[in-house]
Design a protein around this ligand. Structure first.
Ligand SMILES: [Zn+2]
Length: 491
């Protein structure tokens, strides 16, 4: 080992061989990635021997063919997953987990058709280039490189490519029902430097029903007839509607102006026969980072606070929901469950679905909501789930049964984290600190798995969006990093 002057990482003697080999196979690697991108491996209807439809199975076969061509020992898990091994005397130590399925595409791509890969400058565009076919190919080339250079491994490494990551990871469930977790696992399906903590999740529905009021509201008062916001509990809703009666234009204008100033969203409405349909336009976001959105549910609840609402039970309950989830409270303060720790950060809490219906015939109402909470290490079912349930109950709201999904945690001091970060630091020339995220990754259910690469901080690869791309230098560097990481963990 020699000392690298730019940073303090020891530079291994095999580095120049790896670098030269990977650089020399750059074009071939891009061609292999292109051939995978051309397969529109969006989940389809299950068929005999094709658990996620024809196209994901075709992507599995294409990867199988590459693994065989490059001399790996291949095992096909009934087209759920394909695994390629680089064997060594001491048995397998490392699994690398990538996936070959992709999310559906829109018709608004501007650079190229989603399944017709295009190289432009330093980028390759196409669905799956960064999520996750590019990283899968980088890992494949890392293994091919070690094999063709004849570098010595004490322990084996396996590349596992699944085909259902985007739709619930039934591929991994199938795989791990048959195989044990390796000593080390990393998944290049996220961000550099490295994710060692995925917050716990508590996503639950709640509801209430009872007698509201059937008669027309008194003059000067507003009655809430219905609210309809949100589709998925894990998405901050960008748009929502509410129907009210008895509101004058002036009344709505004043309340809307105040609420718009507070929230940054906007309202519009149409009034006919004394009924107004109010639309709230905010900004949608992933529930794991609610502060990036403008929640249209809490916008409507803030609007209600500024209207002269009738004093019936249903309206009162809506008022209480508005106290528990005030607009702009992303951290569960209103519910009294705010929490934070140094390693995993703040608890986030987002009310993402709200439905309310008042029957004008019977005067009965039904209220339903759903929230999504991402919880740091210090939270458990006692100090979170039970507390939220009790708080909702005290306000007359019944919460669905069930426990939180626990936090995924691998110590920052563990060998896998330290060694992967050494590889990162060697190639990126800067200090790598592991970090926590609110969302879940491919390794969430593994005891010792971490997410490592391939997106670099500050670059939006538009994963799941239009014009998804991978930076070719990052692809090439990732292949080198993975080869270096395999050497560190397996030789
Ligand atoms: Zn992915």
């Amino acid at each position: 080992m020699t000392e690298n002057k730019d940073n303090d990482i020891k530079e291994p003697e095999y580095r120049e061989y790896i670098d030269r080999w990977i650089d020399g196979h750059r074009e071939e690697m891009i061609e292999d990635l292109k051939s995978l991108v051309r397969i529109a491996s969006v989940k389809g209807e299950a068929r005999e021997g094709m658990p996620f439809g024809e196209m994901p199975a075709r992507a599995v076969h294409a990867m199988q063919e590459m693994m065989e061509r490059y001399g790996l020992r291949v095992t096909n898990y009934e087209n759920y997953c394909i695994a390629g091994d680089l064997d060594a005397e001491g048995g397998k130590a490392l699994d690398i987990l990538a996936h070959l399925d992709v999310v559906p595409v829109s018709d608004t791509w501007t650079k190229t058709a989603p399944f017709e890969p295009l190289v432009e400058g330093d980028r390759i565009y196409g669905r799956g280039t960064s999520d996750d076919k590019g990283p899968a190919v980088a890992a494949l080339y890392a293994m091919r490189c070690i094999r063709e250079l004849g570098l010595d491994l004490k322990n084996g490494v396996r590349l596992i490519c699944g085909s259902d990551e985007e739709s619930g990871s039934a591929d991994l469930e199938y795989y791990y029902a048959r195989e044990k977790e390796a000593l080390y696992t990393f998944s290049p399906d996220s961000h550099y430097p490295l994710i060692n903590i995925e917050k716990g999740r508590l996503s639950r529905k709640f509801c209430a029903e009872g007698a509201g009021a059937a008669d027309a509201p008194k003059a000067g008062y507003v009655r809430i007839l219905s609210i309809n916001v949100g589709d998925a509990p894990n998405i901050v809703p960008g748009r929502g509607t509410m129907v009210i009666s008895g509101a004058s234009d002036d009344m709505l204008r004043k309340a809307a102006d105040e609420t718009e100033a507070l929230t940054g969203g906007s309202f519009s409405w149409k009034t006919e026969d004394g009924k107004s349909v109010v639309t709230a336009a905010g900004e949608s976001a992933h529930a794991a980072s609610p502060e990036l959105g403008i929640n249209s549910v809490t916008m409507l609840l803030e609007l209600i606070k500024r209207l002269p609402v009738t004093e019936d039970y249903g309206s009162a309950l809506l008022g209480r929901v508005g106290q528990l989830w005030p607009h702009g409270d992303y951290y569960g303060e209103g519910l009294g469950v705010g929490a934070c720790d140094e390693e995993s950060g703040k608890l986030t809490m987002s009310l993402d679905i709200l439905r309310y219906d008042l029957s004008e015939d019977s005067g009965m109402f039904r209220l339903e909501g759903a929230f999504d909470c991402r919880a740091p290490l210090c939270c458990d079912d006692n100090n979170l789930t039970a507390k939220v349930r009790a708080r909702l109950k005290a306000e007359g709201l019944a919460m669905e049964e069930g426990n939180m999904t626990p936090v995924h945690y691998v110590s920052a001091d563990s060998e896998i984290v330290r060694k992967l970060l050494e590889s990162y630091e060697l190639y990126f020339g800067k200090k790598g600190e592991p970090f926590a995220i609110g969302g879940g990754t491919y390794v969430h259910d593994l005891e010792r798995g971490v997410a490592f690469g391939c997106a670099v901080p500050g670059v939006d690869n538009r994963m799941h969006g239009d014009d998804e791309f991978m930076e070719i230098p990052v692809l090439v560097t990732s292949a080198k990093i993975f080869a270096d990481a395999i050497m560190r963990l397996c030789s």
